[in-house]
Design a protein around this ligand. Sequence first.
Ligand SMILES: C[S@@+](CC[C@H](N)C(=O)[O-])C[C@H]1O[C@@H](n2cnc3c(N)ncnc32)[C@H](O)[C@@H]1O
Length: 447
Amino acid sequence: MPEPNARQTVYCILQDIQRYDTYSDVALNRWLKKVELNALDRGLVTELVYGITRKQRLLDALISQLARKPLEKQPRDLRIIFSIGLYQLRYLDNIPGGTVVYTSVELAKQNGLQALSGVVNGVLRQYMRSREKGDPLKLPDSVPQRLALSHSYPDWIVEQWLTQLPEAETEQLCEWFNRPPSIDLRVNIQQSSLEEVETALSEQDIATQRLPHSPQGLRLMEKVGALHQLPGFEQGWWTVQDGSAQLVSYLLDPQPGEVIIDACAAPGGKSTHIAELMGDTGRVIACDLHRSRVKRIIHNIQRLQLTSIRTRVDDIRQIKDLTGKGDRVLVDAPCSGLGTLHRHADGRWRQTPELVEELSQLQQELLNAAAAWVKPGGILVYSTCTLHPHENERVATQFLNTHPEWQISPEIPSFATPFLTPEGFLKVWPHQHQMDGFFMVAFNYAG
Ligand SMILES: C[S@@+](CC[C@H](N)C(=O)[O-])C[C@H]1O[C@@H](n2cnc3c(N)ncnc32)[C@H](O)[C@@H]1O
């Protein structure tokens, strides 16, 4: 392998992603551990890998428009070099065009594409020339395709959003998910307080802002390095959890001494929040299908020094002994993650309408199974971090249609008003509320 520098590292990472379908974060972390780069170069590698992964559709369209041969007739590794060059020219204003062309041509020479280095030079220079007359990217007329291409999403995702939002808002949402994600903390009120965490962070010059809807929430206002090195992490003063995910436990509203069952609990973000809200009294039963993921719950419980949570590895559809045992039950279901696309650079390319339908079926089964665990008079909360109605509104409506003894809880907590839909569900839209996309609903058992 040629000498590792930032762009060569990006090339190797994108090759791994392309050849072995590796997740972008997995490939990035593996390579960043392997090569020695300074902080500036690590930042550039991260920006290029995530940025190119997100913008691959747009970059492919540019390559097809600028190169003589269609994309599928070019060597696969050439696409990587074009992408690295074009992404820098289009999005990284601080890197001079000449540097981008030179380093891209060098990449071609060093990676067995010597014969094509002239093509790399030609395509990148052509992009720079045509940009002087306007955007070289040609866009289709149809609204969904235009939005999908110009913000680099698959058509079906944008088409889906357009069924729920006006065009201008859909565009805002597309832009929102292309921005770097913010990081929110949830303060563990058993071990610390908002004020204590704010002070400890500000002593290290880390600015925070309180979250308007989450009483335990703080947003980090600038980029920080390794989160586990921040003050209070080892002592269990806080957990990383987005503001919208924090709302779920408030909707569940657990009371001290109650029995709460968290049906899909790993890695324990909501189970631990529930235990904190109950003052670590009563019992939280945290179930999950995967043993490896349950280990992560246990790890989090230990760090947060909570004693009221018991874990259980099981497919919740097979569990019989919890029937009628829960005062409140949470189903934070596995989902397509379409509300957290800003956190997963390849999320938009990995999901498909078919997978959404499979998930919708599974979600229905999980909700039906967990409903049997609620005591008469109890509460059942269903939540997801997706914005697809087939995983949200449709699952909830189908549940109500097939379970006449359940209704949407008529008591709407005051924090919930901004998110309330006409049907009585709560939906957090990122471009409106500046948080991850989330769906949640509380049901009352009247039986
Ligand atoms: C969205 S995640 C839960 C996140 C968690 N509530 C939190 O806040 O940290 C969904 C979880 O459902 C689990 N799961 C999927 N199918 C399941 C099943 N049949 N039974 C139990 N858990 C399941 C997955 O392993 C995954 O950990």
